[in-house]
Design a protein around this ligand. Structure first.
Ligand code: ZN
Ligand code: ZN
Length: 211
């Protein structure tokens, strides 16, 4: 004779059908509670979610870097190390770039002033333009206008003009000029005489050649 034992309680039945019937009647509820198990948050799952989160955050940062990094052909920090002497005059007055607000080398790894020296530009990346350098100091350099970090804007007007000299010669490249090793740069706004311009040009120091 066929015998069937209930796996839940060990009770014996004559037929397997009877046993199944008994299981349904007596043990169905228990089985149901067993099925509704709480989903466990395992270490593996936490690790997987953690890695996904890190990858997403990483991609985000990479995108931000790509979008904010100079797209004007400027190389990576450390791709070069060259120097230029420079002066900026507004209406005959030299801007003092040794001031603390201009001496923040940690804020721009591509180009900066350093060591409290307001005469010498340190270029640490290839392709750095005059505009990019001045922008790093909060100064906007355009062909017709110079806007200082203070917000004061000086534009060509009447006999007052913005002038840009590289190695004592007027440069027509303006904001696109890429700084070269040993350059002597003068940016001047005003209505100076030629003599005054000559004086301003000769006030540009010779530190780059000695560095
Ligand atoms: Zn530096
Ligand atoms: Zn340097």
């Amino acid at each position: 004779m066929e015998k069937a034992e209930c796996p839940e309680c060990g009770k014996n039945f004559d037929t397997s059908d009877a046993m199944k019937q008994h299981r349904n009647d007596k043990h169905a509820k228990q089985e149901a509670t067993v099925v509704v198990r709480k989903p466990k948050l395992t270490f593996g799952k936490v690790l997987t979610y953690g890695i996904i989160l890190l990858v997403v955050v990483g991609i985000g940062y990479a995108l931000i870097w790509a979008l904010t990094a100079p797209s004007t052909g400027i190389g990576a920090p450390g791709s070069t190390h060259i120097h230029q002497d420079f002066k900026v005059y507004v209406s005959g007055n030299a801007i003092d770039f040794s001031l603390g607000k201009y001496q923040k080398p940690h804020l721009n790894a591509h180009v900066h002033l350093e060591g409290g020296d307001g005469d010498l530009i340190h270029v640490h990346a290839t392709g750095v333009t005059m505009e990019f350098f001045l922008k790093s100091l909060g100064i906007k350099f355009e062909k017709d206008c110079l806007t200082m970090d203070t917000g004061d804007k000086y534009c060509n007007e009447g006999d007052k003009a913005l002038k840009f000299y590289v190695n004592s010669k007027p440069s027509s490249e303006w904001e696109k000029y890429v700084l070269k090793d040993g350059d002597k740069i003068l940016v001047s706004y005003g209505n100076e005489s030629e003599d005054q311009i000559t004086q301003q040009l000769s006030s540009v120091t010779d530190k780059a050649k000695r560095t």
